[in-house]
Write a protein that binds this ligand. Structure first.
Ligand SMILES: [Zn+2]
Length: 426
């Protein structure tokens, strides 16, 4: 009973701390904290003040990731094994207080709950500098530096003001020449990466579970289609003599939805459409539309995309139109590490929750870390499924369960010789 009250207090503190960090914003009255913006510095200072009394060191690496290390029981052990736990500290514009931030603040609560107890491995809590892709239109700058994939091409990328990533790093007082040292090194012997994150969707609430065990991060295709017909007078052109681009698009959009509804786990979305010339009394001569397709299995996703591309051609041909199709993104699905996933599942059970395995439809830092080390994610139920919005929230009871789950997970991994025998995949 005492223990559960303790976790609830810690959970309340986690929520209060997320709210504290929400004050560090580029905008007044709403949350916006992009890559290496001035409020990120205040955010780092505040967090560093929380971990210092716990015996953890903190530093900011060359891409602005906040890296806090809680030492192992034997810090001089020949194999400096460490477990990474983290998420991102940047936000979208008009953000909520928990996306990313919760996954940095919650592991600090785990360190606090250890009460000075050290584990056979060190714990590094990472607050990634960039995940959302807001400032430079490309996501995961922070985590890409950790896996060593932040290359020269990316560093030359510019924001809306024409400032490159490299220049932004220098302007913040960091040294781009040290980016290679931000990457996980062989001698770091990273055992794995665990990320707590709000679900940002309605699934857990719908099945009435506080915590989700992420098995995979869905692969994603983004395409752009342009149906080209003939614009003409809406009053004088009989229906059988039209080449209406928007009607063709509408027929195809209906099929996109039907395909997704008939394929388990598939989500497909036409989120944007533009008709030209775009007037009430003119038949549309051109319709340009987006397609976003996601699935945990790449074969299913690719099959759906192939089908929809072929269908767009069939619809266009039958109606006497042309269709062009451009692939903008083709990102593979990323499975989480089965060993860590099963331990997360056990830890969720020990925290008194029935585990619920699920797929993340959104990309996360764990997807990038998984390129190099075993990775796992734990989702927290998101009230109303609301995220990327000031109304984003978490339940204190759910955070308490997540803390409990995290502590069980640490204990399980600390007593698993199999886990500690694992060498990094780097
Ligand atoms: Zn996030």
């Amino acid at each position: 009973m005492q223990a559960s009250r303790d976790k609830r207090d810690r959970a309340s503190e986690v929520i209060a701390r997320c709210q504290t960090l929400a004050q560090f914003s580029e905008d007044s009255g709403s949350i916006r904290r992009t890559f290496l913006s001035p409020p990120m510095r205040e955010c780092h200072r505040e967090i560093a003040g929380w971990v210092a009394p716990l015996g953890a060191t903190s530093r900011v690496d060359a891409v602005g990731n906040l890296r806090m290390v809680y030492p192992a029981a034997e810090p001089d052990a020949p194999r400096l094994q460490r477990l990474l736990i983290g998420s991102h500290l940047d936000t979208v514009p008009n953000a909520g207080a928990y996306d990313g931030v919760l996954g940095v603040v919650l592991p600090i609560a785990l360190l606090g709950a250890l009460n000075g107890r050290k584990l056979p491995f060190a714990i590094e809590v990472v607050g990634f500098s960039e995940e959302e892709g807001v400032r430079f239109g490309t996501p995961f700058i922070g985590s890409r530096a950790l896996v060593g994939s932040l290359d020269e091409d990316l560093l030359r990328r510019q924001d809306a003001q024409g400032i490159s990533i490299r220049k932004a790093i220098e302007d913040y007082g960091l040294n781009p020449a040290e980016i290679a040292q931000a990457a996980m090194q062989d001698q770091d012997n990273v055992l794995g990466y665990v990320e707590f994150h709000i679900e940002q969707g309605p699934v857990l609430e719908n099945v009435d579970r506080p915590l989700g065990v992420v098995e995979a991060i869905a692969g994603q295709s983004r395409l752009e289609f342009t149906f080209v017909g003939h614009a003409n007078h809406a009053g004088t052109t009989p229906m059988n003599l039209r080449h209406d681009a928007l009607a063709a698009a509408a027929e195809w959009i209906g099929a996109v939805e039907r395909r997704a509804l008939s394929t388990a786990g598939l989500v497909a979305t036409v989120g944007a459409i533009q008709a030209k010339p775009g007037a009430t009394n003119v038949i549309a001569g051109e319709a340009r539309l987006s397609l976003d397709v996601r699935h945990r299995h790449d074969e299913e996703r690719n099959a759906a995309v192939d089908y929809l591309v072929q269908l767009a051609e069939d619809v266009a041909t039958r109606r006497g139109l042309r269709v062009q199709c451009n692939v903008l993104m083709d990102q593979r699905a990323v499975p989480m590490d089965p060993f860590l996933v099963s331990h997360v599942e056990q830890a969720v059970s020990k925290a008194g929750c029935e585990p619920y395995r699920m797929v993340s439809g959104a990309g996360h830092d764990a997807m990038i870390l998984a390129e190099k080390v075993p990775a796992a994610m734990i989702f927290l139920r998101t009230p109303g499924g609301i995220s990327h919005d000031p109304a984003e929230s978490v339940e204190v009871g759910d955070v308490a369960k997540a803390i409990d789950c995290g502590l069980h997970l640490l204990d399980q991994l600390a007593s698993s010789s199999q886990f500690q025998r694992k060498t990094q995949h780097a």
